[in-house]
Ligand binder design. Structure first.
Ligand SMILES: N[C@@H](CCC(=O)N[C@@H](CS)C(=O)NCC(=O)O)C(=O)O
Length: 207
């Protein structure tokens, strides 16, 4: 059984959705991210020494016990182990990989910057920087996904796959801004994903 370490952030949600959609057995451990590092648990820290979620420990990994951190890597590990979550054709898998990176390396970091700026974690509040991070980065990258979803029902094409599960938690959080920006394709896609039992389970378990 996979041990899954998580908290209620988009990084935790996306890995949790992948697990819930995969059908693999797993156990959820909630990590208190405000706790000092040593108090986050020795098993968790063995998987991710800097104590960041999400992480998994799989006692039945390739070659024995496997530990994986980084939400995108956790998602790919789960997809490979379960044989699910990637599109069926190799051509679509390449498209899926590209949009998975878009979600994890473009959209997610700028969403995190927005969260941290607006939560007051930056040393000084600066409206110009907040506007830049929102309009020129986060919303622009979400606009790319909206344009893609004008061509196909899901990010990789006709099948739901990893990149959809990676992007969903951010779109869910930023729905009001997406509505305001009139990104209709993204909203149609959000409604479809939002109805999936695996997405609902993954979101609820990490919340
Ligand atoms: N790029 C990483 C980011 C992981 C990350 O920074 N996780 C945050 C929560 S969203 C965390 O655990 N922070 C705890 C800390 O900084 O001590 C991923 O995709 O998993």
């Amino acid at each position: 059984m996979i041990d899954f370490y998580t908290a209620g952030t988009h990084n935790g949600y996306r890995a949790n959705i992948a697990l819930a959609e995969s059908g693999l057995p797993y156990r959820v451990h909630k990590v208190v991210l405000s706790a000092p590092l040593p108090d986050r648990g020795s098993d968790f820290l063995s998987a991710t020494p800097l104590g960041r979620i999400p992480a998994i420990i799989d006692p039945d990994g390739p070659g024995g016990r496997a530990t994986v951190s980084q939400s995108g890597a956790v998602m790919m590990y789960i997809a490979n182990k379960s044989g699910k979550l990637w599109p069926k054709s190799d051509a679509d898998k390449i498209v899926a990989l590209q949009w998975l990176m878009h979600a994890c390396t473009d959209v997610a970091p700028w969403n995190a910057v927005m969260n941290q700026m607006t939560m007051g974690m930056f040393p000084e509040k600066n409206d110009a920087n907040i506007a830049f991070a929102k309009d020129k980065r986060l919303m622009r990258w979400l606009g790319e996904a909206d344009a893609r979803l004008g061509q196909a029902p899901y990010l990789a094409g006709n099948e739901v796959s990893l990149p959809d599960f990676a992007l969903y938690p951010i779109v869910n959080q930023r729905k009001a801004w997406i509505e305001e920006a009139g990104m209709k394709n993204l909203l149609r896609w959000w409604a479809t994903l939002n109805n999936r039992p695996g997405v609902q389970k993954g979101m609820a378990e990490s919340a």
